[in-house]
Design a protein around this ligand. Structure first.
Ligand code: 26W
Length: 813
C-alpha cells in the first residue's frame, strides 16, 4: 500500500476522490463539512502507511513500551497537527486553493474532542505526542466519551452547561474495531474451588458490557512514526431483548442497553449522587480491564511468557483514576492464568508506576468498600490481601506501631470504610512521581511521608512539560518563523536550542520584530473573539490573561479583587486614567457543574466585567473579557497573544500547572506565586524577568497553624476593604446586596486559600508590572529571555525523564 503521491496534483486527486466517493458529493455544491471530512480522510491516508509500518516493526522488535492509562485526553483539533506531522501543509493549501477552498475555513470546521477537564488531560495529550516524536513505543488507553467536557454558555453572567456533541458532524480521525471488542464484567460474587489440589478463587460476575476499541493515530513530528491512542466505547452485549420488545415493553427492552452504554456516555459525570459515583467507578474499571486484556491478548504475541511481562510493558497510572488496574492485573495473572500469588505480585510491582497530580486532600480518591465490593467483589478481596501483606511488612520493619499501621493502611476506617487509591498505587507502583519539584517534595513530606520512609528510592519528580509542536509551532506561526530565522528549525524537537535566542534579546531589530509578532497575534485573537463572541481586544492594551479550570485554590477571586480595586480607584478619581496602563483582562474557565462556589465566582467575574466595560470613566483603560467555553482551540489563539500570564494559586496547592509553561514559551511574562512549576520557571528565566508575589509555602503553613483570620486582613487594609465593600454594595449586581453575599462571606469568614492574605502583595506586584510595561524595550528583552530560557518545559524532556528514571523504554527506530 503506497502512500499517495506527495504533489499538489496527487493531493487534489485524492481529495476529490474522498469528496465524491467518501462523502457522495460533487465539489460544486459541497458543504464545508463535506470538504473538511474529505480533507481529514485524505490526510489520514498519508499517515496510514507509517502507522502500519510502525505496528509491523513494533511486532517484529517486541521492545518495551509504555501503556499510558488515562481517563482523560484533551487532544485539541487534529487536522493541523496531522498536516504538520506529515509536512503536507503547503501542498494541501495549494491543492485546496485550486479547488477554490481556503484551508483555514476547513480547519475552523473541526470540533475538538474535549475528552478531559484540564491540565491532566492535556498533559496526557502532550506526552503521547512527545513519545511518537521520540520514536518510543506507546499505546495511550482511555475512554471514548460520547460527550466530552460540557460546552459552556453564559446566561445573565451565569454558567449554563450544554452537551458537547463532538461526534455529531462525523469523526474522521477514528477507526472503530467492533470485531476486537473485549467483554468487561461487573458485579456478582466470588467463590473458591479446588483446582487439582490447589485452592483457587474465581469471580462469578452478574453482568457485562462490550468494550469496543476506537483507534486514533498519534503521529510523530516528521519522523515517519505513528503510535496508537485506543479509546474504549461501551456497548451493550445483548443490545436489544427482542422477546421483551415483541411483548410491547419497549422501555424495558432498551433499559439494559442504556444502562451499559451510559458507561462511556459522558466525561466525569457528577459524583454528588451515589449513582454518579458508581458510574465513575464503572468507567474506571471498564477502560483499564479492556486495556489490560487488549495488551495481554492482542498486543503480546501468542504464547508470551507472562513472567517476562515487565520486559515488555510499563503501565503508567495517570493519577488514581486507573488504579483499579492493579487488582485487575493480579486477578488476571492469579485467577485466569493460574500464576502463584507471590510471582504475580512481583510482576505487578514492576509493571506499574503512578503519577500524582494533586495535593488537595479532597482530590485524593477513595472508594467505599461497600461500593467496590458490590461492583468488583473479587478485586476487593485482592486489595485486602495486598493490604494484609503490606501491613505485615510494615510491622516487620517498624514493630506494632498501631498508629502507623492505621495511617498507612490501604483501607481507611473513617468516616466510612474505604479504599485509598493513592496508597494502593504507591504500594503497587515501581515508582511514584509528583509533577513539579515543589509538588514532589510536598508529596513526600506531607502527603505520603510514611511511604517515603518505607520505600526509599520509590519517590521521584518529573516536572511536567508541553509539546512545542502544538503550543509553539502550530499555535504561534509568527513567533516560530522568527525563532527559526534566528536559530534554525532544530528547536522544534530540541527545545533547549531556544537558548541560542538569548543574545537576540540585546538586538534592537529583533526586539522590534518580536513586538510585531505579539501585535500580530493580538490582532489574530481579536479576529477570533470578534467572530466567536463579538468581543474585541485593543492592540494598544496589555493583554493580561488568566485561563485555567475555575477552582478556589487557583484564586480567580484574587484577580477579581485586583480589577475591582483598579476600577474603584479610577472611577473615584484617585487614579488619573492617564496614569493607568491600558489593560484587557481575559478570563477563561469552566466550573465543575456541581461546584457552587466556582459558579458564583464565574457570575461575579461576568458581573464585574459588565459594569467595568460599560463605565465611560474607565473606558479605553481597563476592559474585562470572559469568552465562554475556554478549550484547547481557544488556548491556541489566546496564549500567543498574551503579555502577562496569571499563575496566582496559593503556594503549595497547584501541583505544577502547564499553562504557565505555555505562556512563558510564547513570550508572556508571569505574575505568580512560588507554587508548582512557577518555582522552576522563575529559577530558569531569572528573578528579574518574573513578577513574584505572595506567601511562600512554609509561610502559608505557619499562618494556618497560628490560625488564619481573613477578616483581620479586611480590617487592616483600606484598599481591600473598599474592594470588598464595593462588591457587597451591589455595585455589580444592579444594587442587589444579596447576590454576591455567599462569595463575600466566604472570603471574610473562611477564605480557605488565603486570598486576602496575599492581596496586598499581589497589588504591589501588579504595580511593578505596570512600571515594567512602560519600558517596552526592557519588557521585550524579558519576554525574549522567557522564551529563550524555557526550553526545559518541553514534554520531550519530561518524557526523557520518565524514560530514564521510571520506564526504561528506549526509542526503537
Ligand atoms: C477525582 C476526579 C478528578 C478528576 C480530575 C479530580 C481532579 C481532576 C483534575 C482535573 C486533575 C488535574 O487536571 N490536575 C492538574 O494536573 C496537571 C498536570 O499534572 C497539573 O499541572 C495541575 O497542577 C493539576 O491541577
Amino acid at each position: 500500500m503506497g502512500s499517495p503521491a506527495s504533489s499538489v496534483d496527487g493531493f487534489v486527486r485524492e481529495f476529490l476522490r474522498e469528496l465524491n466517493f467518501g462523502q457522495g458529493v460533487a465539489l460544486t455544491g459541497s458543504e464545508v463539512n463535506d470538504q473538511y471530512l474529505a480533507l481529514a480522510r485524505t490526510v489520514r491516508h498519508y499517515l496510514m502507511a507509517r502507522w502500519l509500518e510502525t505496528l509491523r516493526r513494533q511486532a517484529d522488535t517486541q521492545s518495551k513500551g509504555v501503556a499510558y492509562l488515562s481517563a482523560e485526553y484533551l487532544l485539541g483539533r487534529q487536522l493541523n497537527n496531522a498536516l504538520l506531522a506529515t509536512g503536507l501543509t503547503d501542498i494541501v493549501k495549494q491543492g485546496l486553493a485550486q479547488c477554490g477552498i481556503d484551508l483555514a475555513d476547513l480547519r475552523a470546521q473541526e470540533v475538538e474532542p474535549g475528552l478531559g477537564n484540564g491540565g491532566l488531560g492535556r498533559l496526557a495529550a502532550c506526552f503521547i505526542d512527545s513519545l511518537a516524536t521520540m520514536s518510543v513505543p506507546c499505546i495511550g488507553y482511555g475512554i471514548r466519551y460520547e460527550y466530552g467536557i460540557f460546552r459552556q454558555t453564559f446566561v445573565d453572567g451565569r454558567q449554563v452547561e450544554q452537551p458537547d456533541s463532538w461526534l455529531a458532524l462525523g469523526a474522521p480521525w477514528e477507526f472503530p474495531h467492533p470485531e476486537a471488542a473485549q467483554t468487561v464484567h461487573f458485579g456478582g460474587r466470588t467463590e473458591t474451588y479446588d483446582d487439582e489440589g490447589v485452592e483457587r478463587s474465581r469471580w462469578i460476575p452478574a453482568w457485562n458490557v462490550q468494550a469496543v476499541p476506537y483507534n486514533y493515530m498519534v503521529p510523530g513530528y516528521q519522523n515517519g512514526r505513528v503510535n496508537t491512542l485506543r479509546l474504549w466505547r461501551a456497548v451493550a452485549t445483548d443490545a436489544f431483548d427482542l422477546r421483551i420488545f415483541n411483548s410491547g415493553d419497549y422501555e424495558e427492552a432498551v433499559r439494559a442497553q442504556t444502562f451499559a452504554e451510559n458507561i462511556s456516555k459522558v466525561l466525569y459525570p457528577e459524583d454528588s449522587t451515589p449513582q454518579g459515583k458508581e458510574l465513575r467507578l464503572q468507567q474506571q474499571y471498564f477502560f483499564v480491564a479492556a486495556s489490560i486484556a487488549n495488551f495481554l491478548d492482542d498486543v503480546l504475541p501468542e504464547g508470551f511468557d507472562l513472567a517476562r511481562l515487565p520486559e515488555r510493558i510499563i503501565f503508567q497510572l495517570n493519577d488514581t483514576h486507573p488504579v483499579i488496574a492493579v487488582p485487575e492485573l493480579m486477578r488476571v495473572l492469579v485467577d485466569e492464568r493460574k500464576m502463584d500469588w507471590d510471582d504475580a505480585w512481583a510482576i505487578t510491582q514492576k509493571c506499574f508506576a503512578y503519577t500524582c497530580h494533586t495535593l488537595l486532600p479532597e482530590a485524593l480518591e477513595v472508594w467505599p468498600v461497600a461500593l467496590l465490593g458490590k461492583l468488583l467483589p473479587r478485586h476487593l478481596e485482592i486489595i485486602y490481601r495486598i493490604n494484609d501483606e503490606f501491613l505485615e511488612a510494615v510491622r516487620e520493619r517498624f514493630g506494632d506501631d498501631e498508629l502507623r499501621i492505621r495511617r498507612m493502611s490501604i483501607i481507611a476506617e473513617h468516616p466510612e470504610r474505604a479504599v485509598r487509591m493513592a496508597y494502593l498505587a504507591t504500594v503497587a507502583g515501581a515508582k511514584v512521581n509528583g509533577v513539579a519539584e515543589l509538588h514532589s517534595q510536598l508529596l513526600r513530606d506531607k502527603v505520603l511521608p510514611d511511604f517515603d520512609e518505607f520505600y526509599p528510592g520509590k519517590f521521584t519528580n518529573v516536572t511536567n512539560g508541553i509539546t512545542p509542536r502544538r503550543f509553539v509551532r502550530l499555535a504561534n506561526p509568527a513567533l516560530s518563523e522568527l525563532i527559526t530565522d534566528a536559530v534554525g528549525v532544530g528547536w522544534i524537537t530540541d527545545l533547549e536550542r531556544l537558548r541560542e535566542l538569548e543574545p537576540f534579546a540585546e538586538d534592537e531589530d529583533f526586539r522590534l520584530r518580536f513586538r510585531e509578532v505579539k501585535a500580530h497575534n493580538k490582532r489574530r485573537l481579536n479576529g477570533v473573539l470578534q467572530q466567536r463572541d463579538g468581543l474585541s481586544v485593543g492592540d494598544d492594551h496589555m493583554l493580561d490573561v488568566m485561563v485555567k479550570r475555575l477552582h478556589e485554590y487557583k484564586r480567580q477571586l484574587l484577580k477579581v479583587l485586583h480589577i475591582v480595586t483598579l476600577y474603584d480607584r479610577i472611577s473615584t478619581g484617585e487614579l488619573d486614567p492617564a496614569d493607568v496602563t491600558p489593560r484587557t483582562f481575559v478570563f477563561g474557565a469552566k466550573a465543575a457543574p456541581g461546584y457552587k462556589m466556582a459558579k458564583e465566582i464565574i457570575h461575579l467575574i461576568n458581573a464585574v466585567g459588565t459594569v467595568v466595560n460599560a463605565d465611560p470613566k474607565v473606558q479605553d483603560r481597563i476592559n474585562v473579557l470572559f469568552p465562554p467555553n475556554y478549550n484547547v482551540t481557544l488556548a491556541e489563539k489566546l496564549i500567543p497573544a498574551a503579555d502577562l500570564s496569571e499563575q496566582i494559586s496559593l503556594a503549595g496547592k497547584e501541583a505544577s500547572g502547564t499553562g504557565n509553561m505555555k505562556f512563558a514559551l510564547n513570550g508572556a511574562l508571569t505574575i505568580g506565586t512560588d507554587d508548582g512549576a512557577n518555582v522552576e520557571i522563575r529559577q530558569l528565566v531569572g528573578d528579574e524577568h518574573f513578577f513574584l508575589f505572595g506567601m511562600l509555602e512554609p509561610e502559608v503553613e505557619a499562618l494556618a497553624a497560628k490560625g488564619y483570620v481573613p477578616s483581620s486582613f479586611y480590617e487592616a487594609d483600606p484598599n481591600l476593604r473598599r474592594a470588598i465593600d464595593l462588591i457587597s454594595s451591589g455595585a455589580f449586581s444592579g444594587g442587589d446586596k444579596t447576590t454576591f453575599e455567599p462569595v463575600v462571606a466566604n472570603l471574610l469568614y473562611e477564605d480557605r486559600f488565603m486570598v486576602l492574605a496575599d492581596y496586598a502583595s499581589y497589588l504591589e506586584a501588579q504595580e511593578k508590572v505596570d512600571a515594567a510595561y512602560a519600558d517596552q524595550e526592557a519588557w521585550t528583552r524579558s519576554a525574549i529571555l522567557n522564551v529563550a530560557r524555557s526550553g526545559y518545559f518541553s514534554s520531550d524532556r519530561s518524557m526523557r525523564d520518565y524514560i530514564d528514571r521510571i520506564w526504561h523504554t528506549p526509542p526503537t527506530f
